[in-house]
Design a protein around this ligand. Sequence first.
Ligand code: FRU
Length: 326
Amino acid sequence: MNIRTFVAAALTGAVFVLAACGSKQPPAEGTAVGAPAAAGAAKYTIGMSQCNLGEPWRVQMNQDLQAAAAAHPEIKVVFKDAQNDSLRQRSQIEEYIGAGVDLIIVSPKEAAPLTAPVAAAYAKGIPVIVLDRRVLGDAFTCFIGADNKRIGRAAGAWIVERLGGKGKIIELKGLMTSTPGQDRNSGFRDGIRGSGLEIVFEADMKWLEPDARKEMESALGRFSKIDLVYAHNDPGAHGAFLAAQAAGRDKEILFVGIDALPHEGQVYVKQGILAASFEYPTGGREAIETALKILAGEIVPKEITLSSRVFTKENIAAGGEWLKNP
Ligand code: FRU
C-alpha cells in the first residue's frame, strides 16, 4: 500500500497528517493535502469545512478538492467534517479564523446558522468560497454551485413530458433549511405549473436515504396510485425505490433524482432504477482553481454557476444531455 503519511505543520496546536497524494480515500478530519515532497513548504493554508461525509456526493466533493489541490505544492488544504451538525460547523469556521488560515472553503449544512461565522471571516479579510449550499446575504468572496432552481424546473418539465401532462407525484424534499432543497422545490413547482400533475404527498427527507424510504412507506400506505417520485437527490430516490420494491410496487412507479454521480445515480439509471437523474456537480475543482486566483490577488466573480446534464436510459451511453432550459 502506498502509505506515505507523515506529520505536517501544526495549526492551532493540532497536529495534522499529510495524506499521500493520489490516494483514493476521501481526506479525513484534519487531513492536509498538497504535493507530499513540498507540502512542508506550502505557502498558503486553506481550511475546508464539509457539512458531512455520510453521503457519497460529499465524499466525491472532498476527493475533487484533494485531486485539484494535489497539483499545487504552494497550497495545503486542511479538511474538517461537521458531521451534519450546524453548530459544529460554526465552530470549525471560528477555529479557522483563530488559526489565521489564508482562505476558507465551506459547504454549509444550513444557510442561516453559517451566515454569521462566514461573514466574520470575510470581515477579518479571510477570503471565503461558499460551495454548493448558500449562506444568507453577500458577506463572502465567491459562491460556486449549479443552479438548483434551473435543475428543479428542468426536472419538472421533463416529468410533465414523460407523463404526458398528468399524474400523481410524490415529492421527497432535501433539507428545507438548506438552499438546494428550497430551490429544487420552487424550481420544480415552476416547471410543472399549468400541467395536470398533482403532488399528492410531500415530505422533507433531509437528503437522507433512510428518511426517504420511511416517508415513501407512508405514501405507499396512503395512495393506491402513484405515478412518479421526484426526490431532491439520488439517495432519496433510491430510498423511495427500495420502499416501493419491498411493497411490490416498483414497476408501476417512475423515480427521478438529482446528483448523477458516475458511481451512484448514473448506475441507477443504467440499471433502470431511476428514469432520470439530473447532474449536480461538486465544484471541487472549480473551488481550488478559484482559491488559487484569489490567493494570487486576482478579482474573481461573486458567483460561479456550474452547468448540469440530465441522464436517462436513452442518452446515458452518449454521456447525458446538457440542460437547455434557462
Ligand atoms: C449531499 C447532498 C447531495 C445534494 C447536495 C445538496 O449532502 O445531499 O445529495 O445534491 O447535498 O447540497
